[in-house]
Design a protein around this ligand. Structure first.
Ligand code: F6P
Length: 342
């Protein structure tokens, strides 16, 4: 059997662990693997590389990024290229395709499946926003990086009696902010799911100072928004892939707190640091489990599914469960974090 894989969308720690897991599992059962470069674009342009179960593949387990490269493609361009994709897969003699990506990539995978391509999806994203799986790999690494940054900001904030604002990734969901904020002992966590009231944020911070504390840490997800009519936020533009462009929300909040509380405020945007570098042990294990299970499903011919982590076990779920809506932070989880604000 000839299996193909590709990585698409924003990169994330653990992608190489999946590639290694697919190649080694397939080789162990006498099958071969090719990789398409730069995500869907490489599949459209038939840019493929043979992957061997050799020392190189074995060593990529701990390497960040993706050896195949990745890319974003507008869904319309992808759908328009379906005949080319099918022809390329046929020419290359591909019996199964394992795309690794976030919600957008999995939508593309479902589209291929609906058009007769044998597909098994592997979910990835540091944002942890794919439905149907408890966690995606990359998330644990991003949280570890953000928590380390928050720990460091505590000591400098404390030394200077400052409010520090840390902006983390999360366009539509606040999982990274929630987990890193809780792990780092943030005094406020602002996430897209629950629009914030700047009056409340300032009130809690002012009370903290009245009680004798001299500094504060606020964690903000990049997609966090104020309650309507409370702060002046410019309308978001959309990029060429249909994604909203985010402005510097942490800077806006910093200015507001500085003006209202007459205190020193600094903001730090962690950005792509959260996505780079070596995956944590948790992410390597999850990525490897996804890879082994996806490859075995492909060998069995169990197509049209997505691998997912559910309560500790790896299961195969339908595309419908994984795509369509994003996995948001539920009220109860935010409530727990909120108990420690201020
Ligand atoms: O992978 C998801 C994500 O990390 C978002 O949180 C973030 O907004 C986005 O990717 C940024 O990616 P890029 O700069 O590559 O478009």
């Amino acid at each position: 059997m000839r299996i193909a894989t590709l990585t698409s969308g924003g990169d994330c720690p653990g992608l190489n662990a999946v590639i290694r897991g697919i190649v080694r599992t397939a080789a162990g059962e006498g099958h071969t693997v090719v990789g398409f470069e730069d995500g869907w674009q490489g599949l459209l342009e038939d840019r493929r590389v043979q992957l061997y179960d050799d020392d190189f593949i074995d060593r990529i387990l701990r390497r960040g990024g993706t050896i195949l490269g990745t890319g974003r493609l507008h869904p319309d361009d992808f759908m328009a290229g379906i005949d080319r994709v099918k022809a390329n897969l046929e020419d290359a003699g591909i019996d199964a395709l394992i795309p690794i990506g976030g919600e957008g990539t999995l939508k593309g995978a479902r589209f291929l499946h609906d058009n007769g391509v044998p597909v098994i999806g592997v979910p990835k994203t540091i944002d942890n926003d794919v439905n149907g799986t408890d966690y995606t790999f990359g998330f644990d690494t991003a949280v570890a990086v953000a928590t380390d940054a928050i720990d460091r900001l505590h000591t400098t904030a404390e030394s200077h009696d400052r409010v520090m604002i840390v902006e983390v990734m999360g366009r539509h969901v606040g999982w990274i902010a929630l987990h890193a904020g809780m792990a780092g002992g943030a005094h406020e966590i602002l996430i897209p799911e629950f629009p914030f009231d700047i009056d409340d944020v300032c009130r809690r911070m002012a009370r903290r100072f009245q009680l004798g504390e001299k500094y504060g840490i606020i964690v903000v997800a990049e997609g966090a928004l104020p309650k309507e009519g409370t702060l002046d936020v410019a309308e978001r533009e959309v990029d060429q892939f249909g994604h909203e462009k985010f402005q510097d929300m942490s800077a806006l909040i910093a200015k507001e707190i500085e003006n209202r509380l007459d205190t020193d405020v600094r903001s730090t945007v962690l950005g792509h640091i959260q996505r780079g570098g070596t995956p944590t042990a948790f992410d390597r294990v999850l990525a490897t489990r996804f890879a082994v299970n996806a490859t075995k499903a492909a060998i069995r011919g169990d197509f049209g599914k997505v691998v997912a982590l559910k309560g500790g076990s790896i299961e195969l779920i339908d595309f419908e469960e994984a795509v369509g809506t994003l996995k948001e932070v539920p009220e109860k989880r935010y409530e727990t974090a909120r108990s420690l604000f201020g």
